[in-house]
Write a protein that binds this ligand. Sequence first.
Ligand SMILES: NC(=O)c1ccc[n+]([C@@H]2O[C@H](COP(=O)([O-])OP(=O)(O)OC[C@H]3O[C@@H](n4cnc5c(N)ncnc54)[C@H](OP(=O)(O)O)[C@@H]3O)[C@@H](O)[C@H]2O)c1
Ligand SMILES: *[C@@H]1O[C@H](CO)[C@@H](O)[C@H](O)[C@H]1NC(C)=O
Ligand SMILES: *[C@@H]1O[C@H](CO)[C@@H](O)[C@H](O)[C@H]1NC(C)=O
Ligand SMILES: CC(=O)N[C@H]1CO[C@H](CO)[C@@H](O)[C@@H]1O
Length: 346
Amino acid sequence: MDIIHNFLNLVAPPFAFVTLFLLLPPFHFFKFFLSTFWSILSENVTGKVVIVTGASSGIGEHVAYEYAKRGACLVLAATRENRLQEVGGRARALGAPDVRVVPANVSKLEDCKRIVDEAANHFGRVDHLVNNAGIQSASTLEEATDITNFRPDVNFWGSVYTTRFAIPHLRNSHGKIIGMASSAAWLPMPRMSIYNASKAALISFYDTLRIELGSDIGGITVVTPGFIESEMTQGKFLKNEGKIEVDQDMSDAQVSIIPVGRAEACAKAIVKSACRGERYLTEPSWLRVTYLWKVFCPEVIEWCFRLFYLARPGESETLSKKILDISGARGFLYPTTIQTTDVKAD
Ligand SMILES: NC(=O)c1ccc[n+]([C@@H]2O[C@H](COP(=O)([O-])OP(=O)(O)OC[C@H]3O[C@@H](n4cnc5c(N)ncnc54)[C@H](OP(=O)(O)O)[C@@H]3O)[C@@H](O)[C@H]2O)c1
Ligand SMILES: *[C@@H]1O[C@H](CO)[C@@H](O)[C@H](O)[C@H]1NC(C)=O
Ligand SMILES: *[C@@H]1O[C@H](CO)[C@@H](O)[C@H](O)[C@H]1NC(C)=O
Ligand SMILES: CC(=O)N[C@H]1CO[C@H](CO)[C@@H](O)[C@@H]1O
């Protein structure tokens, strides 16, 4: 056996290099051609049924409005029912013919089943499933006092459960799945190791599912946002003790001078991309270049993050927060002024 591996060790790299070199230009030309073709044939979602989890705030809320403007029927899920009712009302006003609100905690299997059943029983079909519900943890591994609180129940299992229940319906309607991962899946942001890992796991999950389901369903769009304005970037984190809290200082330290995108713009890009059947979407799109840095010189990214995001021994503030305070950049990097008061989970 060893001799086969030795042979492959020798032959595989030059083979990969030469074939990639020869194949990449025609492959990308073909892909460009296809994407232009699909953009003309973008899906019309009028009257179709869309499930959005985590629709009570942030990106999910705006994704719901975007589908509503296109005339889709909605099933909205999250834990805060009052917020969902408000979002539902606004979605109806924007053009959604029918909206169902399902209070549900996606870390529970039976709740995920209830979300999909509601869509199937009331509308008789599911066309798009947007797995958006998520919480962000902000703690270094050492600072986490009870590590079991950080299990990726919402981010990872929530998406897996709803997907599992929705697949039979998506097969019938040749429907689509839209998964929310994060650019943190490839950027090793400090204090986000578990969040990062749950998002990287999601990308891996959807990539495999894409092969398993093939053309039986309409497609899977994996979204990897950077910092987008929402309760998350306004400081809603799962903190050291395992409680969800609003922490403006933590948010300043994590987001710092990285420009924050508008949730409306992000939602618009997500729905457009899903209707066109694209495989991946990074929003804002300039973040894609960071992937190249990560692949070709990971040491540079690691060094910058360490310098920027972790406080030096004996200091309490991180460099990222100092720069934000000194430069006064908050005013023009955040789309709106931050109001932590109305963010508190109710
Ligand atoms: N904002 C960013 O910069 C950014 C960057 C990368 C990725 N993302 C991803 O984008 C997605 C949306 O986040 P966001 O930025 O819009 O944050 P957000 O404003 O905090 O929204 C998160 C949504 O998830 C819901 N949710 C949380 N826990 C839940 C649970 N156990 N069961 C059901 N719903 C739950 C929340 O509603 P309730 O509190 O009512 O349950 C809320 O509607 C997340 O998956 C996040 O990881 C965001
Ligand atoms: C989408 O379909 C609906 C009917 O199903 C139709 O009324 C509408 O004009 C279509 N919209 C576009 C942009 O083709
Ligand atoms: C969701 O359910 C989990 C597990 O039962 C629980 O720990 C968590 O507090 C619940 N979240 C909300 C927002 O109710
Ligand atoms: C800090 C951390 O866990 N970083 C990881 C984030 O995810 C990527 C995988 O996509 C890993 O390579 C990083 O090490």
